[in-house]
Write a protein that binds this ligand. Structure first.
Ligand SMILES: [Zn+2]
Ligand SMILES: [Zn+2]
Length: 285
């Protein structure tokens, strides 16, 4: 079916397939446009980010894919860049002339040991960070997370903001907080205002849902309703780490968006970024 996915990973970071395997599966599925968004290198040890010396090979493989498969599918060279205030952001990767950048906040704060607390690694690690860095105050943890997202949007604007409410990844059954709480709604609303002002695209990322971690997509339904009210542009992505995940849950996103009243999503093709209509069966392209 004709969909687009600009949030995908490969063996260069924490995916399980090489770029060519991903693109062949995408073509088989009739995907219209596909973007590679490997996790950017970070200036400390990480086993799920790309390593700096691997970048030339990553770029070369994508260039070769553009050359070989470009007549069958629109292919784009992107990156999911980690934003870490004062340390790393999209601006560190502009020199590579990427087709687009997803800006994401995964790393939160450093422990005294120098290790980072991440927002999305494991529930246990999330809980340890909450206790040790935020004195068990989830409101403070969440505020810190959303502040990083706002800094990213204001100081180092990406094309797409990745899984904007990732803070809820381990919150099934309201383990840590209730999204209906006023403090949480206020924090998210503040971020959405900035998204709107900066004209950044929000991705509807299906990964949390198909991995059975979250009950709703990133972002939650109520946030999508706010996006609709504010006129914020959205795109759909699967944050695919395997060929089987390339357009997972897309039909359900289409149903949901239709119900919310969002009639167009942003796509990138050789005409640049533009809004197009869609149905459960795919994009109107
Ligand atoms: Zn991510
Ligand atoms: Zn990702």
């Amino acid at each position: 079916m004709k969909w687009t996915n600009y949030h995908t990973h490969t063996k260069f970071c924490d995916g399980n397939a090489w770029p060519v395997q991903m693109i062949e599966k995408a073509i088989e599925q009739g995907v219209y446009a596909y973007g590679f968004s490997g996790h950017s290198p970070v200036p400390f040890e990480s086993d799920w980010n790309m390593q700096m010396p691997e970048l030339p090979e990553y770029f070369q493989q994508i260039d070769e894919i553009k050359e070989k498969y470009g007549s069958q599918i629109h292919v784009f060279k992107g990156m999911e860049v980690d934003y870490i205030a004062g340390l790393l952001g999209p601006k560190n990767f502009r020199q590579y002339n990427l087709d687009y950048i997803i800006g994401s906040v995964h790393y939160i704060k450093r422990y005294n040991t120098g290790d980072y607390c991440t927002v999305d690694h494991t529930a246990d690690k999330f809980n340890t960070g909450l206790i040790e860095l935020f004195d068990s105050k989830i409101e403070a943890f969440s505020k810190f997370y959303y502040q990083q997202v706002m800094d990213l949007l204001v100081s180092d604007k990406p094309d797409i903001v990745g899984h904007i409410d990732l803070i809820k990844k381990f919150n099934k059954g309201n383990r840590f907080f209730d999204e209906n709480d006023n403090w949480y709604k206020m924090q998210v609303s503040e971020v959405l205002q900035i998204v709107k002002e900066q004209g950044v695209i929000i991705e509807i990322n299906t990964r949390g849902k198909y991995k059975n971690l979250t009950d709703e997509f990133y972002p939650s339904d109520w946030i999508l309703r706010e996006c609709k009210k504010l006129g914020i542009s959205v795109t759909i992505s699967a944050d695919a780490h395997t060929p089987a995940e390339i357009s997972k849950e897309y039909e359900n996103v289409a149903v949901l968006l239709n119900e919310i009243g969002i009639r167009e999503i942003m796509i990138l093709d050789n005409q640049g970024w533009r809004p197009v209509g869609f149905s459960e069966k795919g994009l109107d392209v």
